[in-house]
Ligand binder design. Structure first.
Ligand code: ADP
Length: 627
């Protein structure tokens, strides 16, 4: 390993470190935020999202195995009171003989009116038919099952626990019933016992989808269908033989009340938080149906929530710190909306419940937390840029002033040199031919230097915006002829023919000195950069209230990648820099500036190797701006 490769390797490592350090820091931040957010109890919000998903369900179909029989205020009216024991007994016999799979009483049967004999007869019918269940609102501890036996004269009947489990003290604490108990101290409750009649795999409660342990109970979430999803009847209609009993074959029939008497009769549901949103009887039907379909929402394990939380925090921080603000905000909103839709889709199509509150909160918190952080960083950066820029413009000003001063001071000695060479050359006999050649060289060099000095002086004036237009009405053709005459000597020297095709024109309002400089720079470039024995065409025309002057040469052209830069100050092409052709890189910059000062423009078309055409457009009316 030599020294160079090892230091290069170190450099690369350093670069990687620089590149990944912020990423690493952001990840640490993201996970710290995710950890803090995960500690918040957002069960209320999560339950709200849960309810929303239940309400937004697309596919909903019950198993049609459960039907409800109601005692309502109209029953009381029609039967002159609650259906008595005799009525109930007659009805039960008919229901049993219809072939119903299970008949459930969710009413306090011991409080049913009737004679002792009628009650005893009814109790015997219930006891003789094992498919008849009496639901209890309570659960009892193991060893205290005797509490489930009903009071005289129903003392031989044992009720089956079917409690409602509203979130009053736990979870969302909003009294909505979202869960059901499956087993209490390992004993199956009514809903599970009934569902097993259709779904034998539930003999093992662990086979219930989405089950979880809560204190001493195994529980699961109820997969609510829309309210009133089950067929229901009024009990008085069954007694009056209006109903065809054959439809009850193989069904679970639940007899209950909808009397609007007390809250215990009703539950709040994900569909509505009204205290009487759904009858207890219907809640039992939804629970049993959920179990028969085994479709309880499956809550994903906690670590999935953690991963989602971390991911959303990290992505949000990355977006806030690296994207443009508006674009970042839209992207974050898009991601959060996408995540919400994804969760709704999972719940709708696969019954999978992803807790959304923490990840969504992470998105919003990370956004609001890191926006000020980004603002601070950007503020600091722009302050640094501002400072640097201030220093740079001061240096630039100093440089321009210095160059202008220098150039100005150079002009006088240059004029003296030119004057002296003219004096010597005027007397041709006083110098030998060798000396004459040397003096010619001095003269040309002085001319070059003077051009350079003039260009720099003009540049200084441009930078300090010191040009005032001295507008006069001039014939453009005269100006062009003057410029060409000035360059004839140079063209002849290179055997370049300048062809002028000028149409007669009306005078145009221009500053003659500046416009002559524009043409002069273009003609001089055309001669300078073209090979010997080529042609230059200068033509003009009037178009849409503008004068167009075109100068076309057969020179080397300008490479396409350099074309956009040629009007920049001090720009010289690579070829020009490496050739002996002299130049300051200011000619075209000044030509463009002067043309634009007149409200005109200058454009170039060039094909590398095939010559260039510069077009100057000048307005014919006085539209020029004064600098
Ligand atoms: P310079 O003093 O270098 O001539 P200019 O600003 O006049 O500066 O021109 C900028 C560059 O544009 C030149 O260096 C040259 O490469 C290119 N250029 C200008 N005119 C022509 C032309 N007629 N043919 C080819 N290249 C040209």
């Amino acid at each position: 390993m030599n020294f160079e490769t090892s230091s290069e390797g170190k450099n690369r490592l350093y670069r990687y470190r620089l590149q990944f350090r912020p990423l690493g820091l952001r990840l640490i931040f993201a996970f710290a935020v995710a950890f803090l957010i995960s500690q918040l109890n957002l069960e209320y919000i999560d339950s709200w999202f849960f309810d929303l998903r239940i309400r937004a369900r697309i596919f909903q179909k019950n198993t049609e195995n459960i039907q409800l029989i109601y005692i309502t205020p109209s029953t009381i009216q029609k039967l002159n009171g609650m259906p008595n024991s005799e009525y109930q007994n007659t009805l039960l016999k008919k229901l049993v003989s219809s072939g119903a799979k299970a008949i459930v009483y969710d009413i306090p049967i011991s409080e049913t009116p009737g004679s002792l004999l009628a009650k005893k007869t009814w109790a015997t019918t219930i006891a003789n038919n094992p498919q008849v269940y009496v639901a209890s609102k309570e659960t009892t501890l193991k060893g205290e099952e005797k509490n489930l036996y009903l009071s005289f004269p129903f003392e031989n009947l044992k009720a089956t626990p079917a409690p409602k489990t509203s979130d009053t003290l736990n979870f969302a604490k909003d009294s909505v019933t979202r869960r059901m108990i499956l087993t209490y101290q390992d004993l199956p409750i009514l809903q599970l016992q009934l569902a097993r009649l259709y779904n034998p795999e539930l003999v093992d409660p662990k086979n219930v989808r989405g089950h979880f342990l809560f204190y001493n109970t195994l529980q699961t979430y109820i997969d609510y269908l829309r309210p009133k999803a089950f067929k229901s009847f009024f009990i008085e209609d069954l007694g009056s033989n209006k109903i065809d009993f054959s439809q009850f074959k193989n069904k679970i029939l639940i007899i209950g009340t909808d009397l609007n008497l007390n809250e215990a009769e009703y539950i709040r549901t994900p569909h509505s938080s009204s205290p009487t949103a759904m009858t207890r009887v219907e809640m039992l039907a939804h629970s049993i149906d959920t179990l028969i379909r085994n479709s309880s929402p499956l809550k994903l394990p906690l670590y999935v929530n953690w991963i989602l939380l971390g991911l959303i925090s990290a992505i949000t921080i990355q977006i806030v710190l690296s994207m443009k603000p508006a674009q970042g905000l839209l992207t974050i909103l898009g991601i959060l909306a996408g995540f919400t839709l994804f969760c709704f889709g999972l719940s709708s199509f696969f019954g999978i419940w992803v807790t959304m509150a923490h990840p969504l909160l992470a998105g919003f918190l990370c956004y609001y937390f890191f926006i000020p952080y980004r603002l601070i960083i950007e503020n600091r950066r722009s302050w640094e840029y501002y400072q640097k820029n201030k220093i740079l413009s001061q240096v630039e000003e100093l440089k321009t002033n210095f160059i202008s001063m220098m150039s100005h001071d150079l002009k006088t000695p240059l004029a003296r040199i030119q004057g002296m060479t003219d004096v010597i050359l005027a007397d041709s006999n006083s110098v030998s031919s060798q000396q004459r050649e040397a003096i010619d060289t001095i003269k040309f060099s002085a001319e070059d230097l003077l051009k350079f000095v003039n260009a720099i002086l003009n540049y200084g004036r441009v930078e300090s915006q010191g040009f005032q237009l001295n507008i006069q009405s001039k014939d453009i053709n005269n100006l062009l002829t003057e410029v060409v005459r000035k360059h004839e000597f140079l063209a002849k020297f290179k055997h370049i023919q300048i062809v002028m095709e000028l149409e007669p024109m009306f005078p145009v309002p221009v500053d003659p000195d500046l416009i002559k400089q524009v043409f002069s720079n273009l003609v001089e470039n055309a001669i300078k950069y073209s090979n010997d024995h080529t042609k230059i065409l200068i033509c003009n025309e009037e178009q849409d209230g503008k004068v167009m002057v075109q100068i076309t040469d057969q020179g080397p052209g300008i490479p396409a990648d350099e074309l956009p830069h040629i009007f920049m100050k001090f720009f010289r092409s690579k070829n020009a820099k490496s050739s002996p052709i002299k130049g300051s890189g200011l000619g075209l910059y000044l030509a463009k500036y002067f043309t634009e000062l007149h409200g005109g423009k200058i454009v170039v078309e060039s094909i590398c190797g095939n010559g260039s055409t510069f077009t100057v457009e000048l307005p014919m009316n006085q539209g020029g701006s004064n600098a």
